[in-house]
Every structure is written in C-alpha cells, then in structure tokens.
Design a protein around this ligand. Structure first.
Ligand code: LLP
Length: 404
C-alpha cells in the first residue's frame, strides 16, 4: 500500500477507483501483505515448526480464512459461530483449538462431534462439563487447561488477559488440582497447557517472564504435555517508526524453554497476521466548523470501526489523493453516529479536504470488521481482497433490506 502518482494504491488498484465502483465505506485487504505476514511469522519460529492457529476473532471473513488455510494455518476459535466458519473455510479439525471462558453445553458438544484438536478449558466447572459430555458420547476428548500466569503484558488494560484480576484461565493452585482431576478421568485426555497474556504486546519481556512461570509449573505438575499453546498477542506498529515486536528474542526464549520440554508449540496470532493488511476507505460527507472545533464528518463510523471508541486506539489516517495544500486548522474526524465517542482521530496540519474527498484509515485488518455492528441501523461495509490487479469481493455490502 503506497502512493503511486499521489494516488493511494493497494497493490495495483487505486483506492479512488474502488470507491467509484463500490461506494464507501470499504474494507480493503492486500493479499500480498497477508502472504508476507504469514511467511514472516513462520520464518521467525521455523526451528521448532509450531502449529500456527489463526485467531479468528481478529478477522472472521470466511473467504479470507480460506486464503489463510492455504498457507497451512489452523484456527483458534472462541464460539460455535467461529468454529462453523473455519470448518466452512476448510480448516482441518485437527488444526483447530477452542478457547474461551464460557463455552456452553451446545458449543462443547459440537466441538467434540467435530473432533477438533483441543478444547482449552478455563475453569473446573468447564472441565467437569466436558468430562460429562464426553462420557455421554462415549468419547475420549483432548483438552488443554489455560493457565493464568499472573503476568503483566504491559499493554492496554482493556486487552490484558494474563493478570490475576482478569477472568481468563485458572491460577496455579487450581491448575495443579485440574491436572489431577483430568488424569483420573477416563473421558478426557490432558494434552495441553495454554496461556495468552494479552494483545498488542510490543515488549518481549512479559513473554520471557511467562515462559519462566510455565516452565516451573510444568516441572511441578509432573505431567507430559503434548502441546504448549502460547496464545497470540504479538503487537504491530500502528504509527510510523514506532517500536516493533522483537520476534528474534521471543524465538530465543522459546528455544531455551524447549530444551527442558519436548512439546509442540501452538501459537494463536490474530493481529500480527491480519492487522496491517487492511484499510477502511471512507468519504467526507460534510465539513463542519463550529466555534470551538472543526469536524470532518465521514461516511464510516464507530459501527464500522470500534477500536477508537472502545480503546482510544489511534489509526493512521491518510488522504486518498495527495495534494500539497495543508490546512492550518485542527480537525476531528468523526462518523455520523449519535454518540460523542464516534470519533476516529484529531489531526493538525492535515491536507486540506473538501466534501466528497476520500480518506483511508490504516491497519484495520484485525478487530476492524470483526468488531463492527449494525448500530444506528447501518449496514456492514463491503470487504474486498486485492491481489495484484485482481479485485475480489470477499463479502458483499449488507443490504438495507437485510436489516429492515
Ligand atoms: N488467543 C486468545 C485466547 C485471545 O484471547 C486472543 C485475543 C488471541 C489469541 C489473539 O490475540 P492477537 O494475536 O490478535 O493479539 N479487540 C482488541 C483485541 C482483543 C484481543 C482479544 N483476544 C483490539 O481491537 O485491540
């Protein structure tokens, strides 16, 4: 994605021509970036060839998952809906892990029927439930137990999951108790220890700390774990020149960990696979200059992209057609939704914009469309995957008639 002759271009396709052809807002993804991200991820850990299970919550587009599958990735799902989606996308059940703190009877039952690789349980009650369902089906079910390592991931508090005050996983004491329980059961086979300490993690040190804790716990549990599922969380840079996650150091720490533990590593990356592959193309509906503030009112809103409203996330915002005219005013970029938090970013010295001009909001491939909603009865945007000069509609724009 770059400017070619001052036109923002995704591979070989101009954002402007997409807007003309399909109207806005548009979620637009680059296939090349997807491919590069997957290959780089695999390369970073190639010495121990982990099973990479894409965290579907980051982007649940079935056609995109089909492309991800072709690179040999599995999937990490957190609901029956996600599980159905990845099966539809053709992911091998033996590469699917099921995470989540509140899996229902129906969800567990469906997952068992589909013979997925692992159900990663997060409480004693859940393990008892899995045990009961497995018994009624006369099956032996492979499970993992998610440990809460009480590690500060040094990320936004809203997306931190590995501290003792978070609802995720079980504490050390419960972990040992559950290992014993599982070993006694005839219907469950404990194969995995899983952890996931948070998302958008830029510093590798919390992972090192987590590995040390996991190492100690496995030694003490005295149980052979076929798999160690380290979750996802590797951060991306949302700003130019911001700090990048150090894959080399994480790789070294895992290799060191594996000297004492002969287990297969599973990863559940979401953002690092799809975060930077997508942009949201949007049009300026109106420009409004109030006494105190100036607003650029876009046709994309918080229902299309929730991250700024939900976490105060900032996404780089760029004009589709570059000019040299810079505005002296400060503008707040907002959507049309009736909420004051429906704003994307405030920018000074942005290029002068007129009504009907187009802009792109960058790095929205992860937790963009997947967090979108129909709030204010707004249809969901179209999703397009660009491969060179090929334009593939991977999901149609929702019709108003679907909503009404
Ligand atoms: N595994 C588990 C168990 C998870 O809970 C998550 C993310 C992942 C893997 C993938 O993490 P990633 O590699 O994408 O960081 N909506 C927030 C992010 C929430 C992440 C939730 N769990 C955002 O927009 O930043």
């Amino acid at each position: 994605m770059k400017y070619i002759n001052k036109n923002f271009t995704i591979e070989k396709v101009k954002a402007q021509s997409l807007a003309k052809q399909f109207r806005t807002p548009i979620y637009c993804y680059s296939y090349k970036r997807l491919k590069d991200n997957i290959n780089n991820f695999k390369k970073s850990f190639k010495s121990f060839s982990p099973l990479v299970c894409f965290a579907v919550k980051a982007n649940a587009n079935v056609n995109l998952i089909k492309e991800i599958r072709k690179f040999g990735l599995g999937a990490d799902v957190v609901s029956i809906g996600e599980l159905m989606k990845v099966l539809k996308a053709g992911i091998n059940p033996k590469k699917i892990v099921f995470s989540g703190v509140g899996k229902t009877f129906d969800e567990i039952s469906f997952a068992i029927n589909k013979k997925i690789l692992l159900i990663n349980a997060e409480s004693k009650s859940e393990i008892i439930q899995i045990d009961k369902i497995a018994k009624s089906k006369k099956r032996i079910v492979n499970i993992g137990i998610r440990l809460n390592p009480n590690t500060d991931a040094k990320t936004l508090s809203q997306i931190s999951t590995g501290k003792k005050e978070n609802k995720f996983g079980v504490d050390k004491k419960t972990f040992f108790e559950l290992v014993k329980y599982s070993n006694k059961s005839k219907n469950i086979r404990l194969q995995c220890l899983s952890v996931h300490i948070g998302s958008q993690i830029i510093n590798h040190l919390p992972y090192e700390k987590m590995l040390k804790i996991v190492d100690k716990i496995i030694m003490k549990a005295n149980h052979k774990f076929e798999f160690i599922d380290l979750g996802g969380g590797m951060g991306i840079s949302y700003k130019n020149n911001s700090k990048k996650f150090n894959y080399k150091k994480y790789n070294i720490a895992i290799k060191k960990f594996l000297i004492n533990h002969k287990s297969k590593i599973i990863f559940e990356p979401g953002r690092s696979i799809v975060g930077n592959i997508g942009v949201l193309i949007s049009k300026v509906i109106y420009i409004k200059e109030n006494q105190k503030k100036n607003f650029i009112i876009l046709d994309a809103a918080m229902n299309d992209l929730m991250r700024p409203a939900l976490y105060g996330a900032k996404h780089q915002t760029l004009p589709v057609l570059k000019t040299t005219q810079i505005s002296k005013k400060t503008y707040e970029f907002v959507g049309p939704i009736c909420e004051s938090t429906d704003k994307f970013i405030t920018l000074k010295k942005f290029q002068k914009l007129k009504e009907n001009d187009l802009i792109v909001i960058c790095d929205v491939g992860a937790y963009g469309m997947s967090l979108s909603s129909n709030y204010n009865a707004r249809p969901k945007a179209i999703e397009i995957l660009i491969n060179g000069s090929n334009i593939n509609i991977i999901k149609k724009r929702q019709k108003l008639t679907d909503l009404i």
